[in-house]
Design a protein around this ligand. Sequence first.
Ligand SMILES: C[S@@+](CC[C@H](N)C(=O)[O-])C[C@H]1O[C@@H](n2cnc3c(N)ncnc32)[C@H](O)[C@@H]1O
Length: 234
Amino acid sequence: MRIDFLTIFPELIESFLRCSLIGKARETGLIFSKAWNIRDFADGSQRRIDDTPYGGGAGMVMMAEPIMQSIEAVRRIEPQSTVVCLSPTGDVFNQAVALELSQLSSVTFLCGRYEGIDERVLKLGVNRKISIGDYILCGGEVASMVIAEAMVRLLPGVLGNDQSIHTESFQKSEEGSLFLEAPQYTKPSMWRGHSVPEVLLTGDHGKIAAWRKEKSLELTRTVRPDLLQPEDSF
Ligand SMILES: C[S@@+](CC[C@H](N)C(=O)[O-])C[C@H]1O[C@@H](n2cnc3c(N)ncnc32)[C@H](O)[C@@H]1O
């Protein structure tokens, strides 16, 4: 999979790309990734990429042309790349969207700054807009990293144990419910007067699976009842 980032702060993205699972996935060739500086596509000695909003109002708006040129630069390499603009006005991101994006061969993240981006380039060059939640960040970089990390860990071979994907929170059950994962414990079995639930020490895989299912349902009912189907919720 190829992942490109269009940003005015490539250094933010580059440090992210060097670390952790993403760094390893790049080293082993599971992904190819690059951060492009939108300013490199701007004219003049100032390399200006923003201007005042038509109609007045606070702040500055990112200009269409440097952004369109940066999209075109990626599309010369990957004509079919899906361009995702990070925006509070987009579809809200979740695990299902992460799965959908992880199945594409090329994704390009367009990271906004200031008050946002000239709407015309969104119409002409962007395939979809995604929000990471109902709050306002200073820029799309952190949002793009959230999405890239959620996507990349779903790619076969990225996690040490691919099986863990199927037991994590937000995996859909056959009935269509999403469940939060049951609590996890590690050694020592007694820590500061608190012991691990007895069943986890029995080695009985059937009982452990049943306990985990029960705890997962209990937790989901308490914290996120909205994830359950009506038949699971009481
Ligand atoms: C200060 S925000 C602009 C907010 C915009 N004026 C509005 O009210 O919708 C600057 C940039 O941060 C990014 N951003 C901010 N909040 C976001 C969110 N919740 N999800 C995704 N991107 C976000 C977008 O790329 C946006 O263009």
